[in-house]
Design a protein around this ligand. Structure first.
Ligand SMILES: [Zn+2]
Length: 124
């Protein structure tokens, strides 16, 4: 399970570790170039990646807000904190988008491991 998340953090396919699974910044190819496993395992699959992105973005927001407030207490610079946290909430999800997809695949594959039946039919 740890291996899957390590591969995901390196933007590799968590199932087999294949690289070059992205075309451009965040567009996944449809199947793994190494093991041919289809990335989108069912309809609505990527809603999980959106959830991962949302949860991590909220976590970063809370850490920055709470940390900055505590470190500068009793006189936090509220305007600066507001500007930075709003900018962070706009920019961070875009930056994190590819990682949210690989982390979601790692999480989902940990719960529902790939089996022979999840492989596409051999076209060779
Ligand atoms: Zn693969």
């Amino acid at each position: 399970m740890i291996g899957k998340f390590t591969r995901a953090m390196a933007l590799r396919f968590p199932n087999c570790g294949a690289s070059e699974i992205f075309r451009g910044y965040a567009t996944l190819v449809e199947t793994c170039p190494a093991c041919r496993l289809k990335f989108e395992r069912h309809e609505g699959y990527w809603v999980g990646a959106v959830a991962v992105n949302t949860v991590v973005t909220i976590g970063v927001f809370v850490v920055v807000l709470a940390g900055w407030s505590v470190l500068t207490w009793p006189d936090p610079p509220w305007t600066a904190i507001l500007v930075v946290t709003i900018a962070l909430n706009l920019v961070f999800p875009i930056f994190f988008y590819p990682l949210s997809k690989t982390l979601w695949m790692a999480l989902e594959l940990s719960v529902h491991p790939a089996t022979e039946s999840s492989q596409p039919p051999d076209t060779a």
